[in-house]
Design a protein around this ligand. Structure first.
Ligand code: LMR
Length: 397
């Protein structure tokens, strides 16, 4: 059987985690995988999650199956978090899923069931795992321009021009906030223009919301999703709890769909659950149950929001500090975009060879496209790191 196979290429982001772990150099810096880190380089369990897990231990009386959709109370709370208190709940359906990736995967499958041979447009660049997650459903993918490496800005006109050529019924995958890997995000006016285009061209939005609360705040980061939900007849949203609840390995996310009406939403939802049944049967529940406890309890919700806000502000101030250090070391403002970006990532514009040199000679780890995880920036060594980067990338672009 297996003799027909050749080895799969390693996942570049996940492989980097192992390489970093094995590097014996004491001053090594991990700017690789998108995992939040505190000033000590740890990824702690959030206080509210710990407390909720204790309560869960005391209260949970059974481990029987939760069902294909997961826990309806968790799902209802997630609708509030993502779509807001004014959400049109009659048309929204939610299914607990194994992480944001699990949500993306079952929604892609639902799209393929609804429209065999559908075209899904992905931003260029996008999170590399979007490609296999979406293509595995048998859909075709196309790219739309998104990022201008020279300015660090969104190529908005080019993006709109490309999407104007998309056929009615085409699906467009958008990053809800904190674009991965670039950190360059749409502003309110741009979201408005996107929503208008989607309505006029009959395009179907598929939003990946993996970092809600890491950019400009919990409510602000949901602006695009909520705007689209108020305008378009149908859409799909995959939300992740991995980062904003820091429950990475426990795998919690939610797949949402918005139907034209309640009856259409129910039919699509039954198909979504049948996809889940055929793929993994039922989602894991441990951290979802803890998140439900947090979202049902005012005190725990306040604790969670405040810790999340501290994490967000730390990333904003690291961005500012790093842009300052790079300005000092390069005598230029060419890296100022890092301070303007939001979320966990920015692309610094190094070539793959320069990225490799930074790893080999300076112990600085980043993804090959020069994506850095800003939460991994060492706040006490920003100038040293900036000097290493400038020594490899050169003083001028
Ligand atoms: C990342 O982009 O680093 C994270 O979303 C982790 C992953 O699975 O790639």
């Amino acid at each position: 059987m297996f003799e027909t196979l050749t080895a799969a290429p390693p996942d570049k982001i996940i492989a980097l985690m192992g390489q970093f772990r094995e590097d014996p150099r004491p001053g090594k810096i991990d700017l690789g995988v998108g995992v939040y880190k505190d000033a000590k380089g740890n990824t702690p369990i959030m206080a509210a999650v710990r407390e909720a897990e204790k309560l869960l231990y005391e209260r949970q009386s059974t481990k029987t199956y939760v069902g294909m959709a997961g826990d309806p109370v968790f799902n209802a709370a997630m609708i509030g978090l993502v779509f807001g208190e004014d959400a049109d709940r009659a048309r929204i359906r939610a299914a607990q899923a194994p992480g944001g990736s699990g949500a993306l995967r079952i929604l892609a499958e639902l799209i393929a069931r609804s429209k065999p041979g559908a075209t899904v447009w992905l931003s260029d660049p996008t999170w590399p795992n979007h490609v296999p997650l979406v293509r595995a459903a048998g859909v075709t993918t196309k790219d739309y321009p998104y990022f201008d490496a020279a300015t660090g800005m969104v190529r908005f006109d080019a993006m709109m021009m490309a999407l104007k050529k998309a056929a009615p019924g085409d699906v467009v995958l958008l990053h809800g906030c904190c674009h991965n890997p670039t950190g360059a995000n749409l502003d309110h006016g741009q979201w408005e223009a996107v929503a208008e285009l989607f309505v006029s061209r009959g395009l179907f939005p598929f939003v990946d919301l993996a970092y809600q609360g890491f950019g400009d705040g919990l409510e602000e980061d949901a602006f695009g999703v909520r705007l689209l939900a108020s305008r378009v007849p149908e859409m799909a949203v995959a939300a992740s709890c991995s980062k904003n609840f820091a429950v990475y390995r426990d795998r919690v996310g939610t797949a949402f769909l918005l139907g034209k009406g309640a009856a259409e939403a129910d039919i699509a939802y039954s198909q979504l659950l049948s996809v889940a049944r055929g793929m993994y049967s039922m989602p894991p529940d441990h951290a979802a149950a803890a998140i439900r406890i947090i979202l049902e309890d005012k005190g725990l919700t306040a604790s969670w929001k405040s810790e999340l806000e501290t994490m967000r502000q730390r990333m904003v101030s690291l961005r500012e500090g790093f842009a300052d250090a790079l300005r000092r070391q390069s005598n230029s403002d060419r890296f100022d975009f890092i301070a303007r970006h939001r979320g966990m990532f920015s692309r610094i514009g190094a070539t793959p060879e320069q990225v490799e040199k930074l790893r080999a000679e300076h112990g600085v780890y980043m993804v090959g496209d020069s994506r850095i995880n800003v939460a991994g920036l060492p706040e006490d060594r920003l100038d040293t790191l900036a000097a290493s980067i400038i020594s490899v990338m050169g003083e001028t672009a």
